[in-house]
Design a protein around this ligand. Sequence first.
Ligand code: FES
Ligand code: FE2
Length: 433
Amino acid sequence: MANSTVTDWETAEFWARSRTEMTSAYALPPAVYADEDFFGSEQVRLFGRAWVGVALAAEVAQPGRLLVRSVGGRSVLLTRSDAGLGGFLNSCRHRGTELAEADCDIANTIRCPYHRWHYSADGQLVAAPFFDEVPREDFDMTDYGLIPIRTEVWGPLVFVSLDADAPPLRIWLGDLPERLAAYDFENWGPASVPGGSRTFDVAANWKLLAENFAEYYHLPWVHPELAKVSRVPDHYRYQGPGMYCGQTTTPVSGEERDDWLTLPPAAGLDDSDAASGRFVALFPNVTLAVLPSHMFLMRLEPLSAGRTLEHCTFLFPPGPMTDAEPSAELRESFEITRRFWIEVNDEDIDICERAQRGISAGGAPPGPLAPRFEEPLNRFHKMTADLMTLPSLAELEIPRGDRPGSVDLFGSEPNPVPPAIERIQASTATGRS
Ligand code: FES
Ligand SMILES: [Fe+2]
Protein backbone atom coordinates (compact mmCIF):
# COMPACT_ATOMS: atom_id res chain seq x y z
CA MET A 1 0.00 0.00 0.00
CA ALA A 2 1.07 3.58 -0.45
CA ASN A 3 1.95 5.11 2.91
CA SER A 4 2.62 1.84 4.72
CA THR A 5 4.82 -1.20 4.55
CA VAL A 6 4.12 -4.75 5.58
CA THR A 7 5.39 -4.45 9.12
CA ASP A 8 4.22 -0.90 9.84
CA TRP A 9 1.33 -2.05 11.98
CA GLU A 10 3.66 -3.53 14.56
CA THR A 11 4.82 -0.01 15.41
CA ALA A 12 3.13 2.52 17.69
CA GLU A 13 3.40 5.21 14.99
CA PHE A 14 1.12 3.26 12.66
CA TRP A 15 -1.76 3.62 15.14
CA ALA A 16 -0.86 6.98 16.65
CA ARG A 17 -3.41 9.12 14.81
CA SER A 18 -6.24 6.85 15.94
CA ARG A 19 -5.11 6.76 19.55
CA THR A 20 -5.75 10.42 20.26
CA GLU A 21 -8.70 12.22 21.79
CA MET A 22 -11.79 12.27 19.61
CA THR A 23 -11.35 15.82 18.39
CA SER A 24 -8.03 14.97 16.75
CA ALA A 25 -8.65 11.32 15.77
CA TYR A 26 -8.31 9.94 12.26
CA ALA A 27 -9.61 6.86 10.48
CA LEU A 28 -7.33 3.81 10.21
CA PRO A 29 -4.83 3.42 7.33
CA PRO A 30 -5.99 1.59 4.16
CA ALA A 31 -3.74 -1.42 4.87
CA VAL A 32 -5.90 -2.56 7.79
CA TYR A 33 -8.80 -3.10 5.39
CA ALA A 34 -7.09 -4.10 2.17
CA ASP A 35 -3.76 -5.76 2.81
CA GLU A 36 -3.71 -9.57 2.94
CA ASP A 37 -0.55 -9.56 5.04
CA PHE A 38 -2.30 -7.38 7.60
CA PHE A 39 -5.27 -9.76 7.45
CA GLY A 40 -3.01 -12.73 8.19
CA SER A 41 -1.52 -10.97 11.16
CA GLU A 42 -4.98 -9.89 12.35
CA GLN A 43 -6.19 -13.49 12.25
CA VAL A 44 -3.46 -14.45 14.69
CA ARG A 45 -3.24 -11.38 16.93
CA LEU A 46 -6.87 -10.23 16.98
CA PHE A 47 -9.15 -13.18 16.17
CA GLY A 48 -6.67 -15.61 17.69
CA ARG A 49 -6.87 -13.83 21.07
CA ALA A 50 -10.21 -11.99 21.39
CA TRP A 51 -13.49 -13.42 22.66
CA VAL A 52 -15.05 -14.18 19.29
CA GLY A 53 -18.77 -14.87 18.87
CA VAL A 54 -18.98 -18.16 16.98
CA ALA A 55 -22.53 -19.49 17.26
CA LEU A 56 -25.98 -19.02 18.70
CA ALA A 57 -26.35 -20.81 22.02
CA ALA A 58 -29.53 -22.34 20.55
CA GLU A 59 -27.45 -24.07 17.85
CA VAL A 60 -25.64 -26.20 20.42
CA ALA A 61 -28.33 -26.52 23.07
CA GLN A 62 -29.13 -30.21 22.54
CA PRO A 63 -26.81 -32.97 23.87
CA GLY A 64 -25.16 -34.74 20.94
CA ARG A 65 -24.94 -31.67 18.74
CA LEU A 66 -21.54 -30.76 17.31
CA LEU A 67 -20.64 -27.49 15.56
CA VAL A 68 -17.55 -26.73 13.47
CA ARG A 69 -16.35 -23.14 13.42
CA SER A 70 -13.35 -21.23 12.16
CA VAL A 71 -11.65 -18.76 14.51
CA GLY A 72 -8.44 -16.91 13.82
CA GLY A 73 -7.50 -19.40 11.12
CA ARG A 74 -8.03 -22.39 13.46
CA SER A 75 -10.87 -24.91 13.21
CA VAL A 76 -12.72 -25.55 16.46
CA LEU A 77 -15.44 -27.90 17.64
CA LEU A 78 -18.29 -27.01 19.97
CA THR A 79 -20.11 -29.84 21.69
CA ARG A 80 -22.92 -30.29 24.18
CA SER A 81 -22.64 -33.21 26.59
CA ASP A 82 -23.95 -33.98 30.05
CA ALA A 83 -20.89 -32.08 31.28
CA GLY A 84 -22.14 -28.97 29.47
CA LEU A 85 -20.73 -26.95 26.61
CA GLY A 86 -17.32 -28.02 25.36
CA GLY A 87 -14.87 -26.39 22.97
CA PHE A 88 -11.91 -28.18 21.36
CA LEU A 89 -9.45 -27.83 18.53
CA ASN A 90 -10.65 -29.81 15.52
CA SER A 91 -7.63 -32.07 15.35
CA CYS A 92 -7.15 -35.70 16.34
CA ARG A 93 -4.60 -36.45 19.09
CA HIS A 94 -3.21 -39.38 17.07
CA ARG A 95 -1.85 -37.71 13.92
CA GLY A 96 -3.81 -34.51 13.81
CA THR A 97 -6.61 -35.26 11.35
CA GLU A 98 -9.63 -32.98 11.10
CA LEU A 99 -12.35 -34.66 13.13
CA ALA A 100 -15.45 -33.02 11.67
CA GLU A 101 -16.07 -31.06 8.48
CA ALA A 102 -19.47 -29.55 9.24
CA ASP A 103 -22.15 -29.24 11.92
CA CYS A 104 -23.68 -32.62 12.73
CA ASP A 105 -25.27 -34.83 15.39
CA ILE A 106 -22.82 -37.21 17.00
CA ALA A 107 -24.78 -38.83 19.83
CA ASN A 108 -21.95 -38.97 22.36
CA THR A 109 -19.00 -39.93 20.20
CA ILE A 110 -16.58 -38.08 17.96
CA ARG A 111 -14.89 -40.58 15.63
CA CYS A 112 -11.71 -39.76 13.78
CA PRO A 113 -12.20 -40.93 10.18
CA TYR A 114 -8.53 -41.94 9.77
CA HIS A 115 -7.77 -44.69 12.36
CA ARG A 116 -11.01 -44.47 14.33
CA TRP A 117 -9.81 -43.06 17.61
CA HIS A 118 -13.00 -42.23 19.53
CA TYR A 119 -13.63 -39.25 21.79
CA SER A 120 -16.61 -38.58 24.01
CA ALA A 121 -18.53 -35.33 23.53
CA ASP A 122 -16.70 -33.88 26.54
CA GLY A 123 -13.38 -34.48 24.76
CA GLN A 124 -12.03 -37.61 26.50
CA LEU A 125 -10.27 -40.22 24.40
CA VAL A 126 -12.35 -43.39 24.87
CA ALA A 127 -10.96 -45.79 22.22
CA ALA A 128 -7.73 -46.22 20.28
CA PRO A 129 -8.10 -49.35 18.11
CA PHE A 130 -5.45 -52.07 18.46
CA PHE A 131 -3.28 -50.27 21.01
CA ASP A 132 -4.07 -53.11 23.41
CA GLU A 133 -2.62 -55.74 21.02
CA VAL A 134 0.90 -54.36 21.25
CA PRO A 135 0.79 -52.13 24.29
CA ARG A 136 3.05 -49.11 24.78
CA GLU A 137 4.15 -48.35 28.30
CA ASP A 138 4.07 -44.62 27.72
CA PHE A 139 0.52 -44.55 26.36
CA ASP A 140 -2.20 -43.46 28.75
CA MET A 141 -5.56 -42.65 27.14
CA THR A 142 -6.23 -39.94 29.71
CA ASP A 143 -3.28 -37.97 28.29
CA TYR A 144 -4.85 -37.75 24.84
CA GLY A 145 -8.16 -36.00 25.24
CA LEU A 146 -9.04 -33.32 22.69
CA ILE A 147 -7.28 -30.03 23.25
CA PRO A 148 -9.74 -27.75 25.05
CA ILE A 149 -10.30 -24.10 24.23
CA ARG A 150 -11.96 -21.41 26.34
CA THR A 151 -15.70 -21.39 25.68
CA GLU A 152 -18.35 -19.23 27.32
CA VAL A 153 -21.96 -18.25 26.79
CA TRP A 154 -23.57 -14.88 27.23
CA GLY A 155 -27.19 -14.27 26.31
CA PRO A 156 -27.89 -15.70 22.87
CA LEU A 157 -24.27 -16.35 21.92
CA VAL A 158 -21.39 -18.77 22.34
CA PHE A 159 -17.94 -17.18 22.45
CA VAL A 160 -14.51 -18.72 22.25
CA SER A 161 -11.06 -17.37 22.96
CA LEU A 162 -7.92 -19.17 21.84
CA ASP A 163 -5.79 -17.17 24.25
CA ALA A 164 -5.13 -18.12 27.87
CA ASP A 165 -4.26 -14.50 28.76
CA ALA A 166 -7.48 -12.89 27.50
CA PRO A 167 -9.51 -11.59 30.44
CA PRO A 168 -12.62 -13.64 31.29
CA LEU A 169 -15.66 -13.00 29.10
CA ARG A 170 -17.48 -11.21 31.94
CA ILE A 171 -14.65 -8.65 32.07
CA TRP A 172 -14.57 -8.37 28.27
CA LEU A 173 -18.32 -7.66 28.15
CA GLY A 174 -18.07 -5.05 30.89
CA ASP A 175 -21.46 -3.70 31.93
CA LEU A 176 -23.27 -5.08 28.88
CA PRO A 177 -24.94 -8.04 30.66
CA GLU A 178 -26.27 -5.70 33.36
CA ARG A 179 -27.18 -2.99 30.82
CA LEU A 180 -29.24 -5.45 28.77
CA ALA A 181 -30.41 -7.65 31.68
CA ALA A 182 -34.11 -6.79 31.50
CA TYR A 183 -34.44 -8.25 28.01
CA ASP A 184 -33.65 -11.70 29.43
CA PHE A 185 -31.86 -12.85 26.28
CA GLU A 186 -31.18 -16.31 27.71
CA ASN A 187 -34.79 -17.08 26.92
CA TRP A 188 -34.94 -15.49 23.48
CA GLY A 189 -34.83 -17.80 20.49
CA PRO A 190 -35.03 -18.06 16.71
CA ALA A 191 -38.36 -17.77 14.91
CA SER A 192 -40.53 -20.85 14.62
CA VAL A 193 -41.22 -19.87 11.00
CA PRO A 194 -38.81 -19.95 8.02
CA GLY A 195 -36.88 -16.87 6.97
CA GLY A 196 -35.37 -16.09 10.34
CA SER A 197 -31.74 -16.42 9.35
CA ARG A 198 -29.62 -15.72 6.30
CA THR A 199 -25.94 -15.43 5.39
CA PHE A 200 -24.62 -12.69 3.12
CA ASP A 201 -21.29 -12.96 1.30
CA VAL A 202 -19.94 -9.41 1.39
CA ALA A 203 -17.04 -7.99 -0.62
CA ALA A 204 -15.78 -5.84 2.24
CA ASN A 205 -13.46 -6.12 5.21
CA TRP A 206 -15.21 -7.20 8.42
CA LYS A 207 -14.16 -3.99 10.20
CA LEU A 208 -15.97 -1.82 7.66
CA LEU A 209 -19.19 -3.69 8.48
CA ALA A 210 -18.66 -3.34 12.23
CA GLU A 211 -17.72 0.34 11.95
CA ASN A 212 -20.67 1.06 9.70
CA PHE A 213 -22.94 -0.45 12.34
CA ALA A 214 -21.36 1.68 15.05
CA GLU A 215 -21.99 5.10 13.48
CA TYR A 216 -25.19 6.80 12.37
CA TYR A 217 -23.44 9.63 10.49
CA HIS A 218 -24.44 7.85 7.25
CA LEU A 219 -28.08 7.42 8.23
CA PRO A 220 -29.80 10.29 6.32
CA TRP A 221 -28.06 9.50 3.01
CA VAL A 222 -27.72 5.74 2.99
CA HIS A 223 -30.97 4.90 4.82
CA PRO A 224 -33.61 7.58 4.18
CA GLU A 225 -36.39 5.14 5.19
CA LEU A 226 -34.63 3.91 8.34
CA ALA A 227 -34.14 7.53 9.36
CA LYS A 228 -37.94 7.77 9.68
CA VAL A 229 -38.12 5.14 12.45
CA SER A 230 -34.69 5.82 13.95
CA ARG A 231 -34.44 9.59 13.69
CA VAL A 232 -31.01 11.18 13.78
CA PRO A 233 -31.81 13.56 16.69
CA ASP A 234 -33.13 10.64 18.78
CA HIS A 235 -29.74 8.89 18.91
CA TYR A 236 -27.66 8.82 22.10
CA ARG A 237 -24.53 7.01 23.13
CA TYR A 238 -25.06 3.73 24.97
CA GLN A 239 -21.58 2.92 26.19
CA GLY A 240 -20.51 1.72 29.58
CA PRO A 241 -17.20 0.02 30.30
CA GLY A 242 -16.61 -2.98 28.04
CA MET A 243 -15.24 -4.11 24.70
CA TYR A 244 -18.16 -2.72 22.75
CA CYS A 245 -19.49 0.39 21.01
CA GLY A 246 -23.11 1.34 21.55
CA GLN A 247 -25.81 3.75 20.65
CA THR A 248 -29.52 3.90 21.33
CA THR A 249 -32.49 5.36 19.50
CA THR A 250 -34.88 6.71 22.11
CA PRO A 251 -37.69 6.75 21.20
CA VAL A 252 -38.17 4.54 18.15
CA SER A 253 -40.65 6.44 15.96
CA GLY A 254 -43.85 5.06 14.48
CA GLU A 255 -45.48 8.09 12.86
CA GLU A 256 -44.17 7.80 9.31
CA ARG A 257 -43.50 4.06 9.23
CA ASP A 258 -43.96 1.48 11.97
CA ASP A 259 -41.82 -1.38 10.67
CA TRP A 260 -40.06 -1.87 14.00
CA LEU A 261 -43.22 -1.72 16.08
CA THR A 262 -45.50 -4.32 14.51
CA LEU A 263 -44.49 -7.33 16.62
CA PRO A 264 -45.47 -7.85 20.30
CA PRO A 265 -42.83 -6.49 22.74
CA ALA A 266 -41.03 -8.59 25.34
CA ALA A 267 -42.65 -8.67 28.76
CA GLY A 268 -41.11 -6.85 31.68
CA LEU A 269 -39.27 -4.03 29.90
CA ASP A 270 -39.02 -0.68 31.67
CA ASP A 271 -40.00 2.63 30.05
CA SER A 272 -36.52 3.11 28.54
CA ASP A 273 -36.08 -0.40 27.07
CA ALA A 274 -39.70 -0.45 25.87
CA ALA A 275 -39.25 2.79 23.93
CA SER A 276 -35.77 2.22 22.50
CA GLY A 277 -33.63 0.48 19.92
CA ARG A 278 -30.25 -0.60 21.35
CA PHE A 279 -27.41 -0.95 18.82
CA VAL A 280 -24.30 -2.63 20.14
CA ALA A 281 -21.18 -3.57 18.17
CA LEU A 282 -19.54 -6.13 20.41
CA PHE A 283 -15.85 -6.24 19.63
CA PRO A 284 -14.75 -7.77 17.43
CA ASN A 285 -17.36 -9.52 15.34
CA VAL A 286 -20.93 -9.40 16.67
CA THR A 287 -23.56 -6.71 16.28
CA LEU A 288 -26.82 -6.66 18.20
CA ALA A 289 -29.76 -4.49 17.12
CA VAL A 290 -32.27 -4.89 19.92
CA LEU A 291 -35.83 -3.63 19.59
CA PRO A 292 -38.51 -4.21 22.25
CA SER A 293 -39.99 -7.04 20.16
CA HIS A 294 -37.01 -8.62 18.40
CA MET A 295 -33.28 -8.66 17.81
CA PHE A 296 -31.42 -8.58 14.50
CA LEU A 297 -28.12 -10.24 15.29
CA MET A 298 -25.14 -10.25 12.96
CA ARG A 299 -22.04 -12.40 13.31
CA LEU A 300 -19.13 -11.45 11.07
CA GLU A 301 -16.84 -14.19 9.79
CA PRO A 302 -13.80 -12.78 7.96
CA LEU A 303 -12.66 -14.83 4.95
CA SER A 304 -10.01 -12.49 3.56
CA ALA A 305 -9.07 -8.81 3.72
CA GLY A 306 -11.86 -7.94 1.30
CA ARG A 307 -14.44 -10.64 1.97
CA THR A 308 -16.69 -11.37 4.95
CA LEU A 309 -19.58 -13.69 5.67
CA GLU A 310 -22.35 -11.93 7.53
CA HIS A 311 -24.51 -14.43 9.42
CA CYS A 312 -27.81 -12.71 10.27
CA THR A 313 -30.47 -14.08 12.62
CA PHE A 314 -33.69 -12.74 14.06
CA LEU A 315 -34.29 -13.60 17.71
CA PHE A 316 -37.50 -13.16 19.65
CA PRO A 317 -38.61 -13.08 23.27
CA PRO A 318 -40.46 -16.18 24.45
CA GLY A 319 -43.96 -16.15 22.99
CA PRO A 320 -45.81 -16.91 19.80
CA MET A 321 -42.82 -16.15 17.52
CA THR A 322 -40.68 -18.82 19.16
CA ASP A 323 -42.72 -21.62 20.66
CA ALA A 324 -45.88 -22.02 18.63
CA GLU A 325 -47.27 -21.71 15.18
CA PRO A 326 -47.66 -17.93 14.79
CA SER A 327 -50.97 -16.57 13.53
CA ALA A 328 -51.25 -15.31 9.95
CA GLU A 329 -51.34 -11.78 11.33
CA LEU A 330 -48.12 -12.33 13.28
CA ARG A 331 -46.42 -13.88 10.26
CA GLU A 332 -47.35 -10.82 8.25
CA SER A 333 -45.92 -8.57 10.98
CA PHE A 334 -42.69 -10.56 10.95
CA GLU A 335 -42.55 -10.32 7.15
CA ILE A 336 -42.81 -6.51 7.38
CA THR A 337 -40.03 -6.45 9.98
CA ARG A 338 -37.87 -8.90 8.06
CA ARG A 339 -38.24 -7.09 4.74
CA PHE A 340 -37.36 -3.78 6.34
CA TRP A 341 -34.20 -5.16 7.93
CA ILE A 342 -33.09 -6.84 4.71
CA GLU A 343 -33.53 -3.54 2.83
CA VAL A 344 -31.51 -1.65 5.44
CA ASN A 345 -28.87 -4.37 5.45
CA ASP A 346 -28.64 -4.33 1.64
CA GLU A 347 -28.04 -0.59 1.79
CA ASP A 348 -25.27 -1.12 4.35
CA ILE A 349 -23.67 -3.89 2.28
CA ASP A 350 -23.68 -1.71 -0.85
CA ILE A 351 -21.99 1.21 0.86
CA CYS A 352 -19.45 -0.98 2.69
CA GLU A 353 -18.50 -2.72 -0.57
CA ARG A 354 -18.07 0.70 -2.12
CA ALA A 355 -15.91 1.80 0.81
CA GLN A 356 -13.82 -1.33 0.34
CA ARG A 357 -13.34 -0.59 -3.37
CA GLY A 358 -12.26 2.97 -2.68
CA ILE A 359 -9.90 1.98 0.09
CA SER A 360 -8.38 -0.89 -1.94
CA ALA A 361 -8.15 0.73 -5.36
CA GLY A 362 -7.83 4.38 -4.39
CA GLY A 363 -6.20 4.18 -0.99
CA ALA A 364 -6.64 7.77 0.14
CA PRO A 365 -4.84 8.41 3.43
CA PRO A 366 -7.11 8.34 6.50
CA GLY A 367 -9.28 11.40 7.07
CA PRO A 368 -10.55 13.01 10.29
CA LEU A 369 -13.41 11.38 12.19
CA ALA A 370 -16.52 13.48 12.85
CA PRO A 371 -16.60 14.21 16.61
CA ARG A 372 -20.39 14.53 16.60
CA PHE A 373 -20.93 11.00 15.31
CA GLU A 374 -17.81 8.88 15.18
CA GLU A 375 -16.55 8.53 18.75
CA PRO A 376 -17.63 4.85 18.75
CA LEU A 377 -15.31 4.30 15.78
CA ASN A 378 -12.44 5.87 17.66
CA ARG A 379 -13.20 3.47 20.50
CA PHE A 380 -13.31 0.55 18.02
CA HIS A 381 -10.02 1.63 16.45
CA LYS A 382 -8.30 1.77 19.84
CA MET A 383 -9.50 -1.74 20.66
CA THR A 384 -8.21 -2.92 17.27
CA ALA A 385 -4.85 -1.22 17.89
CA ASP A 386 -4.59 -2.84 21.34
CA LEU A 387 -5.26 -6.33 20.05
CA MET A 388 -2.80 -5.88 17.18
CA THR A 389 0.05 -4.51 19.30
CA LEU A 390 -0.16 -5.77 22.90
CA PRO A 391 2.38 -8.52 23.63
CA SER A 392 -0.11 -10.10 26.05
CA LEU A 393 -3.84 -9.58 26.61
CA ALA A 394 -3.10 -9.72 30.32
CA GLU A 395 -2.20 -6.05 29.73
CA LEU A 396 -5.46 -5.20 27.97
CA GLU A 397 -7.30 -2.17 29.31
CA ILE A 398 -11.04 -2.47 28.90
CA PRO A 399 -12.44 0.86 27.58
CA ARG A 400 -14.16 3.00 30.16
CA GLY A 401 -17.74 4.09 29.61
CA ASP A 402 -19.41 7.46 29.19
CA ARG A 403 -20.37 9.28 32.32
CA PRO A 404 -24.19 9.57 32.26
CA GLY A 405 -25.26 12.89 30.81
CA SER A 406 -21.67 14.06 30.51
CA VAL A 407 -19.82 16.15 27.93
CA ASP A 408 -18.36 12.89 26.64
CA LEU A 409 -21.54 12.71 24.57
CA PHE A 410 -20.23 14.90 21.75
CA GLY A 411 -23.10 16.68 20.10
CA SER A 412 -25.88 14.60 21.68
CA GLU A 413 -28.11 15.86 24.42
CA PRO A 414 -28.41 13.55 27.41
CA ASN A 415 -30.96 10.82 26.73
CA PRO A 416 -34.39 11.96 28.04
CA VAL A 417 -35.31 8.36 29.00
CA PRO A 418 -31.93 6.88 29.91
CA PRO A 419 -31.43 3.16 30.46
CA ALA A 420 -31.86 1.95 34.04
CA ILE A 421 -28.13 1.41 34.56
CA GLU A 422 -27.40 5.05 33.69
CA ARG A 423 -30.18 6.32 35.96
CA ILE A 424 -28.73 4.35 38.84
CA GLN A 425 -25.23 5.67 38.11
CA ALA A 426 -26.51 9.24 37.81
CA SER A 427 -28.39 9.08 41.12
CA THR A 428 -25.39 7.49 42.83
CA ALA A 429 -23.15 10.26 41.48
CA THR A 430 -25.62 12.94 42.62
CA GLY A 431 -25.90 11.31 46.03
CA ARG A 432 -22.13 11.42 46.43
CA SER A 433 -21.67 15.06 45.44
S1 FES B 1 -5.29 -39.39 12.92
FE1 FES B 1 -7.07 -39.69 14.07
S2 FES B 1 -7.05 -41.77 14.50
FE2 FES B 1 -5.24 -41.47 13.37
FE1 FE2 C 1 -26.31 1.65 8.12
